[in-house]
Ligand binder design. Structure first.
Ligand SMILES: CC(=O)SCCNC(=O)CCNC(=O)[C@H](O)C(C)(C)COP(=O)(O)OP(=O)(O)OC[C@H]1O[C@@H](n2cnc3c(N)ncnc32)[C@H](O)[C@@H]1OP(=O)(O)O
Ligand SMILES: CC(=O)C(=O)O
Length: 557
């Protein structure tokens, strides 16, 4: 069966940049553009040359893309001047990209209200802008702004704007649900009406997620005949975001009817690259990845409930819609108070520890998890701490070092310039191989730099001198820190969850619980270090009078 081609257009670097709180540097844009190109996207829209210095710099030294058409974004020429003499359009053209995407109005209300010009003048501006671009030998796409609302208000006018772009030589007319309020069924009906007069091979879709249905709307448009999809990595974009390509691309490649009807330049073997690109974007934005993101999130193949875990061990298809490895993800069977022995045995196998079914120690571990979760611990979000708990119960937790004591003080000072600063000082005394090691550290908390409080000081002191374990923890980084006041048993307690990473790209989570936030944080920090020492195969300490527990063989993460 011949498959039709679906064209994929990425606007992470343009509409994604319109997300509140997102601010890419030119270097960030280079990294993202390269990742999108390697993945197989057909178009990478880089931004709006001339609109801001970052975009101008980025287009002045553009990325070298092997496959994707590098695209500059801009708007149609303004009424009252020619396309040749519009300075905003000139800046876009002067970026010299092979492809240009211009947004233009198609809703009569916007033409009158936002632009304040006659309907015919706007339509002529669209035609002239495209004629000018194509005369210069550029491929030109038309982002038909507010098309769905415009079509509902005045279908003849909205369609005549598409016609004007095509008459000017536009290669695609992309129907934009700019305000994101159109539901999928209506998108399907309107796209079908457009495709009845314009070939679907020239019709694209650009959905926003204001009803949480941008992906569904994009699929409805494909069902109705559109053959280009615009979207962004991780669904970045103006307001609630754009159609999420991180969900759409695996759906198109793995799900019927799309996988059988269409081909894209992104191939099934590229899907793990999509998961990596998604993580890279979060890392650039300094955001914790969305654990619940479809396909690529850490929880997308996490089976928490005991009944699910039991079936998963028999056949993963019982609770998985696609195998996790097809999208570069992995299966996790976590421990929590929802777990049974199946979860537990699966987790232990992942840790490289085989315990026979029915072994009494399994019940002990489960009881301990449930008892501690009742006190406020949460192990499904802190699998590294669970691993340490299980090892302790099994007698497989090596003893690396002891903490004799620690102290943190917090002091508010006014400096010579009159600024208030908070200074946190931490002292930690560890014992390694019988030797006492004292470390002191200080963190300064300027008003604009709120991360550097007492926990940071404590973490720095703890990591400053661990004797012969120092080299193992040099690359350890604390990357996320969450605090929650919860009730443990009958008392209110503080739960701290810490995410750590290292140079190998591993990321692991640990938990601490105490009525005291510093103590809870310290427990989580200690677990983070101990887990890394185990994973890196550090030898247990020689503690006088105590035989160190052996470290079991552990597979690489
Ligand atoms: C739906 C979308 O997401 S489209 C993409 C939107 N993205 C952005 O706006 C981000 C980048 N934008 C910018 O940096 C700035 O808005 C610029 C540099 C483009 C323009 O800045 P300014 O010249 O200061 O204008 P300002 O932003 O206030 O207003 C835009 C002007 O463009 C006009 N305009 C808007 N859309 C169009 C269009 N499709 N065709 C022609 N003119 C248009 C508006 O009428 C307005 O003109 P006015 O001031 O005479 O009323
Ligand atoms: C062009 C665009 O981003 C929109 O209409 O939503």
């Amino acid at each position: 069966m011949t498959r039709e081609t679906l064209t994929l257009f990425d606007t992470t670097l343009r509409d994604g940049q319109q997300t509140a709180g997102v601010d890419f540097s030119a270097e960030d844009k280079h990294r993202i553009a390269r990742a999108l190109d390697a993945l197989g996207l057909d178009y990478v829209e880089g931004g709006w040359p001339g609109a801001n210095p970052t975009d101008s710099d980025f287009f002045a030294a553009p990325p070298r893309l092997a496959r994707a058409a590098f695209t500059a974004f801009g708007m149609t020429k303004r009424v009252g001047r020619s396309a040749e003499n519009d300075d905003v359009l000139a800046a876009v053209i002067n970026a010299g990209t092979p492809t240009v995407c211009l947004v233009g109005k198609t809703h009569d209300y916007h033409v009158k209200t936002a632009l304040g010009v006659e309907l015919a003048e706007n339509r002529d501006a669209i035609r002239d802008s495209f004629a000018h671009l194509t005369a210069l030998g550029r491929e030109a796409l038309f982002d038909a702004e507010h098309f769905f609302d415009g079509y509902k208000a005045n279908p003849d006018y909205a369609l005549s704007c598409l016609d004007a772009a095509l008459e000017g030589g536009a290669s695609w007319v992309v129907l934009c649900d700019t305000n994101g309020g159109t539901l999928p069924a209506e998108i399907g009906e309107i796209v079908a009406a457009v495709c009845a007069r314009i070939p679907g091979s020239k019709v694209g879709i650009h959905c926003h997620d204001d009803t949480g249905m941008a992906v569904a709307g994009s699929l409805a448009a494909i069902d109705a005949g559109a053959r280009q999809i615009q979207g962004t990595l991780n669904g970045l974009g103006e307001r609630c975001g754009n159609a999420n390509l991180t969900s759409l691309i695996p759906t198109l490649l793995l799900k019927a009817p799309y996988k059988d009807r269409f081909s894209t330049n992104v191939k099934a073997a590229d899907l793990p690259k999509l998961a990596r690109a998604s993580k890279m974007l979060d890392e650039i934005l300094n955001r914790a990845p969305n654990r619940h993101a479809p396909y690529v999130g850490a929880a997308a193949f996490t089976h928490k409930a005991g009944l699910h875990a039991s079936a998963i061990l028999k056949d993963p298809k019982t609770y998985e819609h696609v195998p996790p490895e097809t999208v570069g993800n992995e299966r996790v069977v976590p421990m929590s108070n929802q777990a049974g022995q199946s979860n537990l045995r699966s987790r232990l196998i992942d840790m490289g520890i085989a315990v026979e079914k029915g072994d009494a120690r399994l019940a002990n571990i489960l009881d301990e998890v449930k008892r501690r979760e009742d006190q406020g611990y949460a192990y499904d979000g802190a699998q590294a701490s669970f691993e340490l708990l299980a090892r302790r119960e099994l007698g497989l937790l090596p003893r690396f070092f002891d903490v004799e004591r620690y102290r943190v003080t917090v002091e508010k000072r006014i400096n010579a310039r009159g600024d208030a600063i908070t200074v946190s000082e931490a002292v930690v005394v560890c014992v390694v191989d019988g030797e006492r090691l004292l470390s002191v550290s200080e963190s300064r908390d300027a008003a604009s730099d709120a991360d550097h409080g007492p926990v940071n000081a404590l973490s720095k002191a703890l990591a400053k001198d661990l004797g012969r374990y120092q080299s193992y923890i040099e690359d350890l980084k604390l990357v996320d820190f969450k605090v929650r006041i919860t009730s443990g048993g009958t008392e209110a307690v503080t739960r701290v969850l810490i995410d750590s990473t290292d140079a190998e790209g591993r990321r692991w989570s640990t938990v601490g619980v105490s009525p005291n936030i510093v103590d809870a944080s310290f427990q989580a920090l200690l677990d983070a270090i101990t887990w890394k020492l185990i994973r890196d195969g550090a030898d247990a300490a020689v503690l006088p009078g105590r035989a160190p527990a052996p470290a079991a063989a552990v597979p690489a993460e």
